[in-house]
Design a protein around this ligand. Structure first.
Ligand code: AMP
Length: 355
């Protein structure tokens, strides 16, 4: 989407009367709650109807709903949304189900830098970005015949880890692989998982300072994945595999967590390098992003993925996390996004954080 096109739409907005809009799913309760706390109007786009459920959560319910029957229909809402001076907040489900290519075509002001999608949704480019930033990623195994230690096989674009599997030999791999779907093979990294939730502001200097703007760490979580995270309750993986039951990596929820304080400087330097490299490559990963990591027994971080928007792992922290409490009480990622938009609107800087 051409930046000038979006800037022209913004130029016609009544910026004292903005509406925060997103699709009703994923982290929308948190996004609406944060926007309301900052005094914004809120609008929820429901796909096929979900309004009833929001009545149960008045403080997370948007002021208004618009219903469509499919993600593609969101394009037909353009005029209605522009009339309401709407700013779209992308989240994981929104981008995944609309499709990165379609999301790029949305003719509406969206929070963050949409160019990041070109780097994030292509596994090769994602690796180029993160390795250029000096992060260590799990080794990639190009030829399945070279599998000589545990690997994880990931299908491209798999929603919530669906279909991923572990193999220790080529034979195990061959038994499970679906050759019709594109896949990547990665070394399976042993260690503990931490999903780090950052917020990068290119327009405010009141946090961990970068060459332009500043960086915050708002929270971290561990994903709860079925069945791998509970498999040990009925036996070892080996025992189960012998009877044809394989662990899966389907995300069902998120668990709050904190990290040894001595690891935090490393967390910041990783975030710093990711942002600085993104500024060189594509004008920066703006707003919230998440590094998905495994910490090994040598206390080294291996980063297996980046998500360049609000992740569902921030949902345990609607009323703040042990880290965001040290920035401001009751600060969620959803609220931080609303604050950034509010600050930008009042300083005539919206063009810097929207695309
Ligand atoms: P992803 O879709 O890349 O986020 O992967 C889904 C899940 O698979 C993660 O949340 C981890 O639990 C697990 N996983 C992914 N990559 C690795 C890896 N290289 N080593 C160990 N576990 C991994």
């Amino acid at each position: 989407m051409d930046k000038k096109f979006i800037n022209d739409i913004l130029a016609a907005y009544d910026i004292k009367n903005l509406t925060i809009a997103t699709v009703c799913s994923h982290s929308s309760l948190q996004i609406f709650n944060g926007a309301k706390k900052e005094g914004f109007k809120t609008l929820g786009i429901t796909i096929g109807g979900r309004e009833k459920f929001y009545d149960a959560f008045p403080l997370g319910k948007p002021d208004e709903f618009i219903r469509v029957e499919s993600y593609d229909e969101i394009f037909s809402l353009k005029e209605e949304l522009i009339e309401r001076n709407a700013i779209i907040i992308p989240h994981g489900s929104f981008v995944e189900y609309l499709g990165a290519e379609n999301f790029l075509k949305l003719e509406l002001p969206t929070f963050g830098n949409r160019k990041v999608l070109l780097w994030e949704s292509d596994r090769k480019k994602e690796r180029e970005w993160l390795e250029k930033a000096g992060l260590t990623m799990p080794k990639e195994i190009k030829n399945p015949k070279d599998i000589d230690k545990p690997v994880i096989v990931k299908y491209h674009g798999a929603k919530g880890g669906k279909g991923f599997f572990i193999a220790k030999t080529y034979e195990e791999f061959e038994e499970r692989i679906n050759w019709n779907k594109p896949f990547t093979i990665q070394e399976f990294v042993m260690g503990t998982r931490y999903y780090l939730h950052y917020f990068y502001s290119p327009i405010q200097d009141n946090a961990y300072k970068l060459s332009k703007g500043s960086l915050q760490l708002l929270s971290m979580d561990r994903r709860d994945e079925t069945t791998i995270d509970e498999v040990q309750r009925i036996g070892s993986i080996k025992e189960l595999e012998e009877v044809g039951i394989h662990p899966t990596f389907v995300v069902t929820g998120n668990i709050p967590i904190v990290m040894r304080e001595s690891l935090l400087p490393k967390v910041f330097s990783m975030g710093e390098n990711v942002v600085e490299t993104s500024l060189e490559l594509f004008d920066g990963v703006i707003g919230s992003f998440c590094l998905e990591t495994v910490v090994t027994e040598d206390l080294e971080f291996k980063v297996f993925e980046i998500s360049a928007r609000i992740v569902a792992g921030t949902n345990p922290y609607i009323s703040g996390s042990p880290y965001s409490e040290l920035i401001q009480p009751n600060l969620s990622t959803g609220r931080r996004i609303a604050q950034e938009i509010k600050y930008a609107a009042s300083h005539n800087l919206l063009e810097e954080i929207l695309s």
